[in-house]
Design a protein around this ligand. Structure first.
Ligand code: ZN
Length: 151
């Protein structure tokens, strides 16, 4: 089998995030949006834009369309802004993260971010450095377990 391999590498990320926070008697609320030099109005816009991309937030979506008036976090933000008593600050982020190696199998790039990475087309298993692992039928023979228990 011939395969093409892309090495893992570190990627540097820098960005500024604006944070609005308020401390209530019963706890503190914190809202963040990417960007700097934001006013409360542009903060709201940026916040809504980010929230509308969070599709796991099911209660804020009607038929797949984001509705800010159903988003509790947005309603909480409005409450904080209306209270007139909150803290607004900018935080600079600068970090590096590891982009996993990739390997081409069956004409597609397979990300090797896990301990075991399986090609969806041919079911070949690769480790994080792109070495082909023994087939699953062999795992069973070696360990005496069915392969589905190896996850
Ligand atoms: Zn494959």
């Amino acid at each position: 089998m011939t395969s093409t391999f892309k090495k893992a590498y570190s990627k540097r990320v820098t960005f500024t995030q604006t944070e609005i926070s308020k401390v209530w008697e019963y706890g503190s609320w914190r809202f963040t949006a990417k960007g700097s030099g934001l006013t409360t109005s542009s903060f709201k816009d940026a916040f809504i834009l980010e929230r509308s991309a969070m599709h796991y937030n099911e209660s804020a979506f009607v038929n797949g369309v984001y509705d800010k008036n159903r988003d509790l976090a947005y309603l909480n933000l409005l409450e904080v802004l209306e209270s007139g008593d909150y803290e607004m600050k900018e935080i600079d982020y600068d970090y590096t993260y590891r982009v996993p190696a990739e390997l081409e199998c069956c004409g597609e790039w397979l990300s090797l971010g896990s301990f075991t990475n399986t090609c969806p087309h041919c079911d070949a298993d690769y480790n994080g450095s792109g070495s082909l692992l023994a087939s699953r039928s062999q795992w069973g023979e070696e360990t005496g377990e069915h392969w589905s228990e190896c996850y």
